[in-house]
Design a protein around this ligand. Structure first.
Ligand SMILES: Nc1nc2c(c(=O)[nH]1)N[C@H]1C(S)=C(S)[C@@H](COP(=O)(O)OP(=O)(O)OC[C@H]3O[C@@H](n4cnc5c(=O)[nH]c(N)nc54)[C@H](O)[C@@H]3O)O[C@H]1N2
Ligand SMILES: Nc1nc2c(c(=O)[nH]1)N[C@H]1C(S)=C(S)[C@@H](COP(=O)(O)OP(=O)(O)OC[C@H]3O[C@@H](n4cnc5c(=O)[nH]c(N)nc54)[C@H](O)[C@@H]3O)O[C@H]1N2
Ligand code: SF4
Ligand SMILES: [Mo]
Length: 702
């Protein structure tokens, strides 16, 4: 038995923690992971890990994980070879496009598409050949409003200002729970330490959330908010900043501030109070405290993206940072300067250049909102979707009205999934192509270095050999592209391996050949613990991609949407609104099959305030029925003082009891899917992003 120690980052979530992984080799040379620990020498994560990293070995060894292509034969699955699989996929997709047009094939790309560099570099090598307008992804059940706001205000959807958490004196968090999620659009390993450090240096943390979350528990102040009420709160804050003359200048060139000031005038804290269920005096005081802080940052995440005014919320977040002088300023919100910079190498994005066929929802960056995916399959007529390619996604559990999508997938002529599992979505596929596992892959993080609270970089070498007959994700896309190009008689440009692309991008980037850093792949190999490139810095003025080269503070679509907010009906008395939650031992829908993560108490219950239970004569622990417009389900209820009265919480990503799923551990404790209750018709009107939070429900004894 010999042992070797390896260092690489975990890229299961956005925190990119450095790991030290010990691999043992037995006498026959077989590799076994003998330990996974946080790497104290990683300058960014400084030893932090969460339980999911340790579960990497469960993923590695999971007998349910697919290792070779699987083709459906009736109700059975049959293992087939790669060449046969590529030819079958190409033939089916080509025939369907020939018969019904290009848009008859849809694409859905899931969350790991941005966590795995082969998927980043090569998905489009194949998917681009399909030339379909029916492209969907997890972006539109997540951060779409943030991209859209950056596109409209700063001229590039990826110019996303990141909270300078290590230097701020006041952090206002709305709709994010980084203690459970480890941070999002704010890559921040060991966030708890950094938030506690903020308080130790005399700074303040305020959390606005309908649940007193783990993050709220370590804050100076927690404010309950009515789900979906954030646009009203943020308008009240911005209005107070103007009204009480608390605004400060900014060094940035800005257009439209006077228009904003006029447009926000009717939205006083007093008028907004009922919509967010926060007292006007509290709104005004929060605005004063924020403005009084030497350095402050307002940060909104999932909870404010996935609501009916999601884009308005993120615009207002940017404006609050801007008018208090905290945008593009140390201790405020700053754009990163990564070694591989997608802002420099991709276009600024486009919006509403075309619309979805059935509901007319706008595209953003070439994608349509996923809330429209099922109806595009179910509604007959020219352009109806008849085939689907899913890449690393589980939309049956992750998009609104999952049961409707289940039915829609059943009716497709062909479905191809590039995925590791037979799960709630891929069980509908005709062909599943699995890739190597995370530890068998090289990885460079072009996504989360872009979103990190410091400028950092590293190259992660695979630590386990690629098994015989296995392919990496990027090789699967090359195989599919070649087979499709052959079938469709298209010319295919040659491509490079992802590592070569990263090497070139590093050498040509801002820390490359023309800088003292001299970064390249080889240079990064000499820094196995990762490399710190320094704190975030002021840089936005020079990078603005708007035609005016100024910040556009008043995009017309957002001024228009303010009118919708003004006309919003007041809250209904006695309403019960559903929200979601995350737990540190889980990740979306696909980590319930790993023994190390699911052991212990179940975590899928409905949380409800004791008063709400009492009113309905329900008991803690009882089974209840929850109903919404789209569906109903039964689940155990748990009394929880941390919930705002009138709000219930159910995590998404459960619901593994559907027929045909092959994930034995997950199926043993299946839970129910929150997205069997969410509603594809509840959307942010501007972007089409799904409003997964604030769904009206009824709860009664089962
Ligand atoms: N109600 C409600 N719904 C939500 C949310 C919520 O908070 N509430 N959150 C939303 C958010 S933020 C997101 S991002 C989405 C996520 O939605 P999805 O991306 O659709 O779902 P995941 O559960 O992340 O599914 C990931 C899939 O990728 C596969 N996979 C993992 N690693 C790899 C790999 O390396 N290669 C390949 N080919 N496949 C891989 C897994 O087997 C799994 O099938 O869910 C959204 N849905
Ligand atoms: N452990 C774990 N980590 C994860 C994931 C995971 O599934 N598990 N998923 C990853 C992914 S894909 C993402 S996108 C990130 C998300 O990262 P976060 O945005 O931090 O995720 P959540 O924990 O869902 O936090 C959303 C918060 O919004 C609150 N909320 C709901 N509705 C409203 C509302 O109307 N207003 C306000 N103000 N708050 C509201 C919820 O109560 C919740 O606390 O996490 C990533 N990290
Ligand atoms: S927080 Fe956990 S899942 Fe996220 S990168 Fe770190 S170890 Fe991995
Ligand atoms: Mo997400």
């Amino acid at each position: 038995m010999t042992k070797t120690l390896h260092h690489r980052a975990c890229h299961l979530c956005e925190a990119i923690c450095g790991l030290s992984i010990e691999v043992s080799h037995d006498d026959e040379g077989r590799a076994l992971i003998s330990s996974i620990k946080g790497d104290p020498q990683d300058p960014f994560s400084r030893g932090h890990v969460c339980p999911k990293a340790v579960a990497l070995q469960d993923i590695q060894n999971d007998p349910d994980r697919l290792r070779v292509p699987h083709k459906r034969v009736g109700q059975q699955w049959q293992a087939i070879g790669w060449d046969e699989a590529f030819a079958l996929a190409a033939d089916k997709l080509w025939r369907i496009q020939q018969a019904h047009g290009r848009n008859a094939v849809a694409v859905y790309q899931g969350n790991p598409s941005v966590h795995n560099y082969g998927l980043m570099t090569h998905s489009n090598y194949f998917l681009g050949l399909l030339k379909t307008r029916n492209r969907f992804s997890a972006t539109s059940v997540d951060q779409l409003p943030q991209h859209l706001v950056s596109h409209l205000m700063y001229g590039h959807g990826l110019l996303l200002p990141i909270p300078d958490i290590d230097h701020t004196a006041f952090m206002l968090i709305l709709g994010g729970n980084p203690l459970a999620s480890n941070g999002s659009i704010m890559t921040v390993p060991d966030v708890e330490k950094r938030l506690k450090a903020l308080r130790t240096r005399g700074g303040r943390l305020v959390v606005v959330d309908p649940r007193r979350t783990e993050t709220a528990a370590i804050a100076d102040r927690h404010l309950f908010i009515r789900p979906g009420g954030d646009a009203a709160l943020l308008c009240g804050l911005l209005n107070t900043l103007f009204d009480e003359d608390l605004a400060r200048g900014s060094q940035l060139p800005v257009n439209g501030l006077q228009q904003v000031r006029e447009a926000i005038a009717p939205f006083s804290a007093e008028r907004m109070s009922a919509h967010c269920a926060i007292a006007a005096a509290d709104i005004r005081q929060l605005a004063r405290d924020f403005a009084a802080a030497d350095k402050a940052v307002c940060y909104g995440r999932m909870g404010v993206s996935t609501q009916a005014f999601g884009t308005l919320c993120h615009w207002l977040v940017q404006l609050i940072n801007l008018v208090t002088g905290n945008l593009d300023r140390e201790g405020g919100a700053l754009c990163t300067e990564p070694a591989v910079d997608l802002v420099a190498t991709t276009s600024g994005g486009h919006f509403n250049a075309w619309q979805s066929r059935v509901s007319g929802l706008p595209e953003y960056g070439g994608e349509l909102p996923v809330a429209a995916m099922a109806e595009e399959m179910l509604t007959p007529g020219e352009g109806q979707v008849r085939a689907l390619v899913t890449v690393a996604g589980n939309p049956v559990l992750s998009t609104p009205n999952g049961r409707q999508l289940d039915a829609a997938l059943e009716g497709l002529e062909f479905m191809l999934s590039i995925d590791l599992y037979i799960n709630e979505t891929t069980r509908h596929a005709d062909l599943i192509l699995p890739s190597t596992s995370a530890l068998e892959n090289d990885h460079y993080d072009s996504t989360f270095n872009l979103l990190a609270v410091r400028n950092v970089t590293r190259f992660n070498r695979a630590i386990l050999a690629k098994p015989d007959g296995a392919l990496h994700d990027w090789e699967i896309f090359v195989g599919l592209a070649q087979a499709f190009a052959k079938r469709a008689e298209l010319e295919l440009k040659p491509t490079w391996a992802p590592a070569q692309m990263i090497d070139l991008a590093l050498r040509k980037g801002r820390y490359g050949e023309s800088s003292p850093w001299q970064l390249s792949l080889a240079a990064l190999d000499a820094h196995p613990h990762g490399l710190d490139l320094g704190p975030l810095r002021t840089n936005l003025a020079a990078r603005l991609g708007t035609a005016s080269k100024a910040v556009e503070a008043a995009p017309q679509v957002l001024l228009d949407d303010l009118q919708r907010l003004l006309q919003q009906a007041p809250p209904v008395a006695g309403e019960l609104l559903l929200i979601g939650r995350r737990h540190v031992r889980s990740n979306n829908s696909w980590m319930h099959n790993f023994h190390r993560l699911v052991k212990g108490k179940p975590r899928h219950q409905l949380l409800m305030h004791p008063h709400d239970l009492q009113q309905r004569q329900l008991q803690d622990g009882q089974r209840v029925r929850i109903r919404s417009r789209t569906g109903q389900l039964e689940v155990e209820v748990q009394a929880c003082e941390d919930m705002m009265p009138g709000v219930v919480s159910l995590p998404h990503g459960f619901g593994h009891s559907r027929q045909g799923v092959h994930m034995q551990i997950a199926q043993a404790q299946p839970g129910v899917s929150a997205n069997d209750l969410t509603d594809e018709r509840l959307r942010d009107a501007v972007s089409g992003n799904a409003a997964l939070n604030g769904v009206p429900v009824q709860v009664e004894a089962a």
